[in-house]
Design a protein around this ligand. Structure first.
Ligand code: TXA
Ligand code: MG
Length: 318
């Protein structure tokens, strides 16, 4: 029997018994455990083979529980929370002493978000504790946007993937921290920069690992297929260069109409939202086709295109 199930009650039971459950969110699937169970949290790190220095995001059902988790909410954090929660935004705030150090890798801040997915909101409402949930993939590999992605990764390690369909956003949440009360973007993501700036004005971006000791998870190589992947502006001429190889192509809207390649067009209509939602599934799929290389098209640095480029860059970094 498979591990994918719609049974929220079963998820409640497993989580209450300090077990892990993979949960759907609108960004990507998470590998969830009770934040107060040391056993569950250690299991998250070991299952993902994630280093302990990389802190986890705490997921809550409503703003009412935020005060149990953090000690201070800057004014602009309140504005952002009111505008975008539930949604694809994570805030990094000063942590309350109740939050175990293992969740935050010993930092005095905690990452928190209210996800926008009906199944997981219902689950969180039924639980008397918040859920820590990193993306449900082995450390460094492509994040899961469908239940089957998680099943393929972890069918021998966890008892349940809570079914919630394909993730609507398809890339991870945008992470925002605060320095001297001012918002700073630690990770570009599913909530576009322009939307954030419309609420709080210009924000600083510290998305690169080199600039950003505060988000140790932002490794240069991450979200990576096993197949050697390149990020280019002119896909057609790159395909010509490698004509003797088995090539996979990940392209935004216009097909190359080349029968010799395995191509995935992310959005025929040219919708960035659709492209983001299909990005990881396309990477998962191309990665199963025994290709020599994957050539991905660089997006325009606008809206979600900026976040998609960030992920493609990390997928192709050598
Ligand atoms: O969309 C998402 O955010 C998904 C879903 C499941 O919610 N979760 C996710 O978690 O992407 P994860 O663990 O793959 O990425 C969490 C990122 C890491 O880069 C980590 O370093 C950063 O959040 N992070 C966590 N706590 C932090 C903190 N206190 N300060 C700075 N960065 C933090
Ligand atoms: Mg991750």
């Amino acid at each position: 029997m498979g591990i994918i199930s719609k049974d929220i009650q079963k998820a409640v039971e497993l989580l209450t018994n300090e077990q892990l459950v993979a949960i759907p969110t609108e960004t990507v699937y998470g590998l969830a455990g009770n934040i107060f169970s040391e056993k569950a949290i250690k299991c998250i790190f070991s299952t993902k083979q994630r280093p302990f220095f990389n802190p986890l995001i705490v997921h809550i059902a409503s703003l009412a529980s935020l005060n149990d988790i953090v000690t201070h909410i800057p004014k602009k954090a309140k504005l952002l929370a009111a505008a975008f929660w539930p949604g694809s935004m994570t805030l990094v705030l000063k942590k309350d002493k109740r939050i175990p150090d293992i969740i935050t890798a010993g930092k005095d801040t905690v990452a928190v978000r209210i996800p926008n997915h009906p199944v997981t909101l219902e689950l969180l409402k039924q639980l008397p504790f918040p859920l820590a949930a990193p993306s449900a993939n082995p450390f460094g590999s492509i994040s899961p946007t469908k239940p089957t992605h998680v099943e393929n990764y972890f069918k021998n390690d966890i008892k349940m993937v809570l079914e919630g369909g394909s993730c609507a956003s398809g890339i991870e949440s945008t992470i925002i921290g605060f320095e001297n009360e001012e918002p700073v973007i630690y990770r570009l993501g599913a909530l576009p920069l322009e939307d954030i700036e419309a609420v709080v004005g210009k924000v600083l971006i510290k998305n690169k690992k080199e600039e950003n000791p505060d988000a140790p998870g932002m490794l240069a190589r991450h979200y990576a297929p096993k197949t050697n992947t390149f990020l280019v502006t002119d896909v057609a001429s790159e395909v010509e260069k490698y004509s003797e190889k088995k090539i996979g192509v990940l392209i935004f809207k216009s097909s190359l109409n080349n029968k010799n390649i395995t191509e995935i067009v992310l959005s025929k209509e040219g919708s960035l939202q659709e492209a983001a939602s299909k990005l990881y599934d396309a990477m998962h799929e191309l990665d199963t086709k025994n290709l020599d290389i994957i050539i991905a098209e660089r997006f325009s640095e606008f809206g979600l295109g900026k976040s998609i480029n960030d992920r493609l860059q990390r997928a192709t970094f050598k």
